[in-house]
Write a protein that binds this ligand. Structure first.
Ligand SMILES: [Zn+2]
Length: 122
């Protein structure tokens, strides 16, 4: 098999023998690997800075476990499980797309309802 491809590292055309080939040579493959390594390290470092800057915006694994153990969730917990913003969820509640129980000023959402909604979306 011979396929004309563009090297992901040096951007030159090359003839690939496999569809999975990404680079024109071993040298480019090594350089691309190093570049990807570096980029993922930078991304990780940026993520850590982001978390330090606004810890409330990120949910840790322990918090996820805690949410999963709960029967009733807060607006932000339910929004997190639904992978939507708390603002969107608030809109869903107001339009009747999501059931909620109002406790004082706070919305309480049954986890059951969150998971029902999740399966409907999929
Ligand atoms: Zn190359």
């Amino acid at each position: 098999m011979r396929i004309l491809k563009i090297c992901e590292y040096c951007k030159n055309d090359f003839i690939a023998r496999k569809t999975t080939s990404k680079t024109c040579s071993d040298a480019c493959a090594k350089r691309l690997y190093k570049l990807n390594e570096r980029n993922s390290k930078i991304a990780q470092a940026e993520m850590k800075t982001e978390i330090r800057r606004s810890p409330a915006a990120f949910i840790t694994e322990d918090q996820i476990k805690a949410i999963q153990a709960k029967e009733n969730l807060t607006l932000s917990e339910a929004a997190f499980l639904l992978n939507i913003s708390p603002l969107t969820l608030r809109r869903w509640i107001l339009s009747g797309k999501m059931n909620s129980i109002k406790i004082g000023k706070k919305h309480s959402i049954r986890k059951e309802d969150v998971f029902c909604r999740n399966t409907q979306l999929q």
